[in-house]
Design a protein around this ligand. Structure first.
Ligand SMILES: [Zn+2]
Ligand SMILES: [Zn+2]
Length: 128
């Protein structure tokens, strides 16, 4: 018997078509590897994790975005930028402050992660 189970998770990103929340969708089918993609809650667009468009949503802004070859939401570019910045900051810290500086960085990173989780939780519950 084949069962399909779909789970949704907040991806933490906003759609650049409609400003809606982008969720991470995981489809599990018995005997099949899980399929993961991003889906916008508002316009219904779907993207592969790599950022390629899977399905175009129902809003005019979606079709316009696809037509102008802007098929990617800002996800990959933004992520790459963050990785580059984090990498550069880490390199600079190691270069100037040695590994000791990295030890001070860990509490900062943990604080940022906690605040981000709180922020996402608050957004989900519409506190702000
Ligand atoms: Zn959207
Ligand atoms: Zn869209």
């Amino acid at each position: 018997m084949i069962e399909t189970k779909t789970t949704w998770k907040d991806s933490g990103y906003d759609c650049n078509h409609c400003g809606g929340q982008i969720l991470e969708r995981t489809d599990r089918e018995t005997g099949q590897p899980a399929q993961v993609c991003y889906q916008c809650q508002m316009c219904g667009c779907q993207w592969e994790l790599s950022g390629d468009i899977l399905r175009v949503g129902h809003m005019t802004s979606c079709h316009r975005a696809v037509k102008t070859q802007e098929t990617l939401p800002i996800i990959p570019a933004r992520l790459r930028l963050i990785f580059i910045i984090v990498g550069l900051v880490l390199l600079a810290l190691i270069y100037f402050g040695g590994l000791v500086a990295v030890r001070y960085l860990i509490p900062i990173v943990i604080t940022v992660i906690v605040f981000r989780a709180l922020y996402l939780l608050g957004k989900e519950r519409m506190w702000w």
